[in-house]
Design a protein around this ligand. Structure first.
Ligand SMILES: NC(=O)c1ccc[n+]([C@@H]2O[C@H](COP(=O)([O-])OP(=O)(O)OC[C@H]3O[C@@H](n4cnc5c(N)ncnc54)[C@H](OP(=O)(O)O)[C@@H]3O)[C@@H](O)[C@H]2O)c1
Length: 251
């Protein structure tokens, strides 16, 4: 089956393209690097020719809620219109577990707009909502890192391997749309501070970590069980330890 991966050059996108190929399908890589801008729609009609399903794994990082909402609204509207013109039968969106439970996060606000447009749209859909990726703790360190250290909030998460999420996206896209959200999480819960410390150690990177909700871009509204998946979530096989071992090999 011919499947377009929107954001196919990104972290999740590259794994999704590989997963589709491994299952014998024909991925079409769509991003600005392949000549398509989903915020304007330029190049989309040509990219979607002969495509049966679309997987949207585009991303946009901004601390500004309005900017995130505008980006995800524009790209989703452009995609859904182009999919209608091209006769695409299935729109698969990658979202994040629990975006409805955290009001103050700009990225989650953008994802809520994306989900609403997809679920109200004319193209049959499936949403895959993933928990945080294993690299998330290191990403959070990067947001606040100075010579004095980095602030990491003591967030309870059930992180997942990007490759496991990509496998599920590729599996779902070639099946019939289900019109509901399928959650995916890793096999264990972890504390984000511990994950950050172990990731930095594996990479041979010495940073003082300050475990705090204060001065963190992640608000205390994310404390407790808020970030955990529901009981029906698909539990992916890869453990954090397995992923950590790949980090130490970076040299
Ligand atoms: N990080 C997590 O823990 C986590 C957890 C669950 C779900 N997610 C979701 O995973 C998704 C993908 O994240 P990622 O880490 O793979 O992102 P990423 O590595 O930053 O990749 C983003 C992709 O979007 C493309 N893109 C950006 N703007 C575009 C535009 N205007 N037109 C066309 N393509 C555009 C980029 O390619 P070009 O630069 O070539 O355009 C790239 O291929 C996000 O939606 C995020 O919400 C993340």
């Amino acid at each position: 089956m011919r499947v377009a991966v929107i954001g196919g050059t990104g972290l999740v996108g590259r794994h999704t393209v590989d997963a589709l190929r491994a299952k014998g399908h024909e991925p079409v890589v769509v991003s600005r690097r392949t000549g398509v801008d989903v915020t304007t729609g330029a190049g989309l009609d040509a990219a979607l020719e002969g495509v049966a399903a679309v997987i949207d794994v585009v991303s946009f990082e901004s601390a500004e809620r309005a900017a995130a909402e505008q980006f995800f609204a524009a790209e989703t509207e452009n995609l859904l219109i182009a999919e209608q013109r091209a006769g695409v039968g299935h729109h698969v969106l990658l979202s994040i577990v629990g975006v409805d439970r955290v009001e103050g996060n700009a990225h989650y606000a953008g994802k809520r707009v994306q989900e609403a447009l997809v679920t109200d749209g004319a193209i049959p859909w499936t949403i895959v909502a993933a928990t945080e990726f294993f690299d998330f703790a290191a990403q959070v360190v990067g947001w606040t890192r100075t010579d004095a250290g980095a602030v990491v909030p003591p967030l309870l998460v059930q992180p997942v391997a990007v490759a496991d999420v990509a496998d599920l996206l590729a599996e779902v896209a070639v099946r019939k749309p289900v019109g509901r959200t399928i959650e995916i999480a890793g096999p264990e819960t972890h504390d984000l501070v511990d994950m950050a410390r172990r990731t930095l150690t594996a990479r041979g990177d010495e940073v003082r970590l300050i475990a705090s909700w204060r001065d963190s871009p992640l608000g205390v509204e994310m404390a407790g069980d808020v970030r955990l998946p529901g009981d029906d979530a698909r539990i992916a096989p890869t453990t954090f330890e397995t992923w950590l071992a790949t980090q130490s090999k970076r040299g």
